[in-house]
Design a protein around this ligand. Sequence first.
Ligand code: H79
Length: 424
Amino acid sequence: MNERLERTAWFREARFGMFIHWGLYAIPARGEWVRSVEKLSNEQYEPYFREFRPDRYDPRAWARAAKAAGQQYAVLTTKHHDGFCLFDSEQTDYKATNTPAQRDLIKEYVEAFRAEGLKVGFYYSLIDWHHDDYPAYGDRIHPMRDNEAYKDRPIQFERYVDYLHAQVKELLTRYGKIDIMWFDFSYDDMTGEKWRATELVNMIRSIQPDIMIDNRLGGHILAAEPEPYAGDFYSPEQIVPPGGIVDENGLPVPWEACITLNDNWGYHAKDHAYKSPKQVVRALVECVSKNGNMLLNVGPNARGEIPAESLRILEAVGEWMRHSGDSIYGCGASSLPKPEWGRYTQNGNMLYAHVFDRGIGPIYFRGLKGKIKKARLLADGSELKVSVPWMAEQYSDTDSGAFIHLAGAELPDEIDTVIALEIE
Ligand code: H79
């Protein structure tokens, strides 16, 4: 097993995590890109720093919500693109310690999630709209660029890279074992060694040898011989890759789709375009059926609470996970092709049939004739009948398959009914 597979072993079993976007942008409540999208000046963004007072911040409640949803790890924004740090960095004054919050909010997060038995990850933005030595991002605003005072000021980018390295070092030395480092993101020529990525990754691994790093420092994670900084897992954003992810050697690459619950990462007071629990569960199943994970986002509000709408979805997903989580944890793709009525996930000789579209009558399992030792409804463990229906031999393709009856009394779960099949 290569190092990447070793480091990601727990992660590939866990399959489901919580992404948390939280920062000053929760106050304007128009998403985490508000400063750039609305081209807010320093003067316009500054009040949020002086006002940040998350009196309802209770990371134990976040951790309990994650755990009850069936999530096994979390990733929190230690610093997003706006440059504001939730931790007590010695490299800047632009941190939670200097707001009315008056303390290191990352420390409490790490302790709370660890106490619930969840793995802990740090998101860290490579992009920084606050640091004097960070250049503009394409045609996207960098607040410094449009600011008269900074217009002709030469940028010393290496000073920013020193800052980035120093902050990562702080994050990885102060809070004990950290399980994931999630950088965001490289673009154009701002990639790889621009971040002094090899040096950065060497430093990270010298402090946290087992930590997993995402693929956004740049490099080619899918190459036959990836750069040392190319990362341990691929990070599709707002998309489930149709065919899973495979490298140039044809070997599966660990991946994690990060997905929002509504249409924003950071808290947005007017965005009610929430996905349903059914959509969330099915997206998770879709990921696992292709050997991937799902990192599902919440955006706590300015007072530190996960929005009630998000909590309700997490609870419903958790209810499903409690009875059908065996079809997610430790599972991956099946070698069988995708069935017409849903998806397969598999864990050894346990094949999980996710019946998204029940149709009428028995459900057909192509190619499994004589190979099903047991069929159970996963939710309650009840036996399901495997049989060949009357005149089945007259229907095309039925010679190699098996039918399973979902009797009407065994009401299938609307979200996703799972049949657990023990196969030969
Ligand atoms: O942290 C989350 C996003 O803020 C970040 N990555 C995830 C995990 C991200 N940064 N950039 N992008 C994603 C892609 C760029 C999106 C943009 Fe836009 C399109 C920026 C401006 C136009 C969407 C619309 C976001 C802001 C306005």
